[in-house]
Design a protein around this ligand. Structure first.
Ligand code: HMG
Ligand code: MG
Length: 281
């Protein structure tokens, strides 16, 4: 059976946008339930400025509370300070996160696209030298809340740069969750000229209910890694109006119906989804 990995991002992308502060113990419990469901990799923290995203301020405590588990623990690291905090917290993988559009780049990380790439290069090198795996996110791969439609060539350019600096995998963020299948198709064609499908992940938010269709488009292009958030939690604090990632349970059910093996336990997934729904503000 053809395998597809669901990369669980709920504890980070899902929780980062919740209005009320979620207790550290609840964040830890959510991750533990997800570990039982069988994920190979879970994004559990974000070592960003607590002024920008207060919900993620307890990342080190979350990781300390989880301890050693079978799944790899991943975290977002926007700069050297974030990377050093992630290394101290003993994560297995880190992600730098940029954008294909200038408007979102400035709003989200206070840098132009080129400034961000310059900032990421030494971070990626240091992370790799430390033995960590590294992801590079690209936001706004089809549309930007500030700049409108994103030309596919811009996504391909950023993807090429992230690959060249040593990222093991590039996650393509459809941040607004409204892309047409035609736009995703055109974007993937451009990116696949620079990065092989095996090193790409699809990261679809699901504001307009088009994420599963866009996962189908990505499957046709050979992608076999999809990011998803348990119970569809989330949104991005710097993408007004965007809803959460496509729900992990929905992606699991969809892929299973198509005959793919996700290596996840549906009953344990339901238990995690029920707990996650209780955390929603
Ligand atoms: P800045 O204001 O340009 O940076 O922010 P700065 O260096 O001037 O720092 C500002 C303050 O933050 C300072 O504190 C720093 O010490 C502190 P002050 O002196 O004012 O008291 N600071 C930090 N504190 C803790 N950890 C750090 C850190 N760095 C600085 N690592 C910065 C630049 C990148 C830091 C800021 O813009 C930031 O933190 N942005 C993060 C925004 C964010 O997390 N967005 C959500 C994640 S991305 C996303 O969701 C999209 C994705 O899912 C894909 C998709 O869907 O498209 C990945
Ligand atoms: Mg996201």
């Amino acid at each position: 059976m053809d395998k597809v990995e669901i990369f669980e991002v709920g504890p980070r992308d899902g929780l980062q946008n919740q209005a009320g502060f979620i207790a550290t113990a609840d964040k830890i419990k959510l991750v533990q339930l997800l570990v039982v469901a069988g994920f190979a990799r879970i994004e559990v923290a974000s070592f960003v400025s607590p002024k920008w995203v207060p919900q993620m301020a307890d990342g080190a405590d979350v990781l300390a509370g989880i301890g050693n588990v079978a799944a790899e623990m991943w975290a977002l690291t926007p700069n050297a300070r974030g990377l050093s905090a992630a290394i101290s917290a003993s994560v297995e993988g880190v992600a730098v996160f940029g954008s294909a559009s200038e408007g979102f780049s400035r709003a989200n990380i206070n840098a132009t696209v080129d400034e961000s790439l310059k900032r990421f290069a030494p971070l990626v090198s240091e992370a790799k030298e430390t033995g960590l795996k590294v992801r590079g996110y690209i936001s706004c791969v089809t549309d930007c809340p500030y700049d409108g439609a994103t030309p596919p060539a811009r996504v391909a350019r950023v993807a090429k740069a992230l690959l060249a600096m040593g990222c093991d995998e590039i996650s393509l963020g459809e941040t607004l969750g409204r892309a047409t299948p035609e736009a995703v198709d055109a974007m993937l064609k451009a990116v696949l000229n620079e990065v092989p499908a095996a090193q790409l992940a699809g990261h679809f938010h699901d504001t307009a209910g088009v994420a599963l269709g866009n996962i189908d488009v990505s499957l046709k292009h050979g992608l076999r890694i999809f990011d998803a958030s348990i119970a569809g939690l989330g949104g991005c604090p710097y993408a007004p109006g965007a809803a959460g990632n496509v729900a992990t349970e929905a992606v699991h059910a969809h892929l299973t119906a198509l005959g793919y093996d996700t290596n996840l336990d549906a009953t344990a997934l339901d238990k995690a989804a029920t707990f996650a729904k209780g955390l929603r503000a």
